[in-house]
Ligand binder design. Structure first.
Ligand code: CAA
Length: 276
């Protein structure tokens, strides 16, 4: 935790029924922790359902400007979808499970504010896919990434075939997916799968520091920039530029645009955007 900043646990209280997710907010930053340490935070249906609910709660809290997702303990971020739960699924049940997992991860990818993955150990299968649905990945230097699914007789099912190829290129993605070989943090950094590596004990502080830095900026402008990057990547350059022009111009409806530019011109020492 950042020194001197108090943490509010927002899933305490009578209405809390989440068993596998912890949700904390501090100074405009929400931290979602997958809390199923004994199973290395594997994504059971319960975990996915509660993660989905946690995202909805955070989305409803307009004071949250940045989100961090991490795993409980110091061994694993998420060791994948729950293999025990998946083993006896029918084709139809597998399709429903894949669809639900993909819906939750797409919710993260399109979330109204940035989401940072703090990868504190194994990020395998659905864990690697969860990290890839986040905007930014920071990792502990003992993290391990991989898509080991073909070794279990299945393909990646929560977006891995799509996002890995987009993030690191088709050649390296195919090598990782076809080979089902895990890679260490240094290799993940070298191929651009993670933004930065930290000693394990420094990871959460680094994630909180980055999130706080993002949260200091105009939240509507940050949200517009996220949409421009994500939606622009689906277009050719002309289409992407058209998206950017719209998101840029939309900022001029906001109080924060007038305020931010006035602060610059008046050489203000501090800025506090109002998210309006
Ligand atoms: N599903 C269910 N349980 C899991 C799990 C998973 N993905 N990963 C770990 N666990 C459980 C283990 O079964 C074990 O439970 P018990 O104590 O009850 O036996 C517990 O977590 C601790 O795991 P290990 O004893 O195996 O720990 P380890 O340190 O020896 O190994 C590991 C760690 C290398 C991560 C190993 O647990 C492992 O290989 N896990 C599976 C990784 C994997 O294949 N993930 C992909 C899943 S498929 C998927 O995700 C599909 C998709 O795209 C949607």
């Amino acid at each position: 935790m950042l020194k001197g900043i108090t943490v509010k646990i927002t899933n305490e209280g009578e209405d809390n029924h989440m068993e596998t997710i912890l949700l904390h907010t501090e100074h405009h930053v929400a931290t979602i922790t997958i809390n199923r340490e004994k199973a290395l935070n594997a994504l059971s249906t319960q975990v996915l359902t509660e993660l989905n609910e946690a995202l909805d709660r955070v989305n409803a809290d307009q004071d949250v400007y940045c989100v961090i997702i991490t795993g409980a303990g110091n061994k694993s971020f998420v060791a994948g979808a729950d293999i025990a739960e998946m083993k006896d699924k029918s084709v139809e049940e597998a399709a429903a499970y894949g669809k639900f997992g993909n819906e939750v991860f797409r919710k993260i990818e399109t979330f109204r504010c940035p989401v940072i993955a703090a990868v504190n150990g194994f990020a395998l299968g659905g864990g690697c896919e969860l990290a890839m649905s986040c905007d930014i990945r920071l990792a502990a230097d003992n993290a391990v990434f991989g898509q080991p699914e073909v070794g279990l007789g299945i393909t990646p099912g929560f977006g891995g075939t799509q996002r890995l190829a987009r993030l690191v290129g088709a050649g390296i993605a195919k090598e990782m997916v076809f080979g089902a070989r895990n890679i260490k943090a240094e290799r993940a950094y070298a191929i651009g799968l993670v933004n930065a590596l930290y000693p394990a004990e420094e990871l959460m502080n680094a994630a909180l520091k980055m999130a706080s830095g993002i949260a200091k900026n105009a939240p509507i402008a940050v949200a517009n920039a996220k949409r421009a990057i994500n939606n622009g990547l689906q277009e050719n350059m002309d289409g992407g530029i058209a998206i950017e022009v719209k998101e840029f111009a939309d900022c001029f409806r906001t109080e924060d645009q007038t305020y931010g530019m006035t602060c610059f011109l008046e050489k203000a020492k501090e800025k506090h955007f109002s998210n309006k």
